[in-house]
Design a protein around this ligand. Structure first.
Ligand code: GDP
Length: 307
């Protein structure tokens, strides 16, 4: 009887068999590694602010390694609600949050275009899960806890300063990637089997580097991306028609074309709101990881509300 009782006690107090995850995607140099480090070193960031640059050697938080992104990496984070309509900050020490904290994994993905399919393939499943690399920092905890993680949300990090430079090609490149992310999520909606809707995966377009005066404000990041997504959607559908795919294949091309059309049909303009038709919530919020600006608090809050 005692072993059975123990089993019940333990299974009742284990909050998760798997920690949920948030996927961090976006083009190279958007600041993904910097953001992971900021969130992981939250207590350090706090200390540095408090101490105004005094003895940094007092800090004992784990430090994320800067790495050349070839493979995914994950950090375990925690967010808690100290009171109604309140969320803890990433600057709070997660160990001090105790049992009320909701733990999750922030999973970074390689930004290089050739490695993007890896990130996209994770979004395609009806119930997207992430299989974590064995080198993940949380692999010291029990393996059943970290192997497969349910994907709760996607953060698409954007370099708002690069977007402002119209000669850089950053807007087109960023929007191409975002188009593929959103289209992958939209396709899940069509592929559902039976009446069960796929788990909804909201997307935060995080406009980073707003500390730089050259950066586009979040509202312009939003409208520029929407305009570029509309152009891509038109160009891609035209490409299909020109290649004869739509005409030759007795209507099959038409289906293809519809499948690759992002958002609502029949609109010339594209708006992120159209994605709600496919249960994909998209929000654009500005912030910065380094320097003076709005910071990362609103992004943290967005995550906390969706975990
Ligand atoms: P990743 O390729 O997406 O992982 O980008 P990184 O994290 O390596 O960042 C690319 C560069 O942008 C680095 O030099 C960072 O220091 C810089 N960076 C990241 N976030 C910010 C920010 O909020 N403001 C500014 N000014 N620079 C940033």
């Amino acid at each position: 009887l005692i072993p059975i009782l123990l089993h019940f006690i333990f299974s009742a107090t284990t909050p998760y068999t798997t920690l949920p995850s948030v996927l961090l995607v976006g083009p190279s140099s958007a600041g993904k590694t910097a953001l992971m480090t900021l969130f992981e070193r939250g207590p350090l960031y706090h200390n540095q602010q408090q101490q105004q640059g005094n003895n940094k050697s007092t800090v004992n938080s784990p430090v994320a390694q800067t790495h050349t992104s070839q493979v995914s990496s994950a950090v375990e984070l925690a967010v808690s609600s100290p009171g109604p309509n309140q969320l803890s900050s990433y600057r709070d020490d997660l160990d001090a949050q105790g049992a009320t904290a909701k733990r999750f994994l922030l999973v970074d993905t390689p930004g290089h275009p050739k490695l993007r399919s890896q990130a996209l393939s994770r979004l395609a499943a009806t119930t997207p899960t992430i299989t974590l690399p064995s080198t993940s920092p949380s692999s010291s905890s029990s393996s059943s806890e970290i192997n497969k993680s349910k994907l709760k949300a996607v953060i698409f990090l954007v370099d708002a300063a690069a977007l402002a430079d119209s000669d850089s090609g950053a807007l087109a490149a960023t929007a191409e990637y975002l188009y593929d992310v959103l289209l992958t999520l939209q396709k899940r909606f069509h592929r559902r089997t039976g009446s069960r809707a796929p788990a909804s995966v909201p997307v935060l377009v995080a406009a980073n580097k707003l500390d730089l005066f050259t950066a586009l404000p979040a509202a312009l990041v939003k409208s520029n991306l929407e305009a570029e997504l509309a152009r891509i959607r038109k160009a891609r559908s035209k490409g299909l028609l020109d290649s004869g795919v739509a005409g030759d294949d007795e209507g099959a091309g038409g289906v293809d074309e519809m499948e690759n059309w992002l958002g609502g049909v029949g609109n010339e303009k594209f708006s992120f709101k159209e994605m709600m038709e496919f249960d994909v919530e998209v929000e654009v919020i500005g912030g910065n990881v380094i320097g003076d600006g709005p910071g990362a608090d609103k992004w943290w809050k967005w995550i906390g509300e969706r975990i």
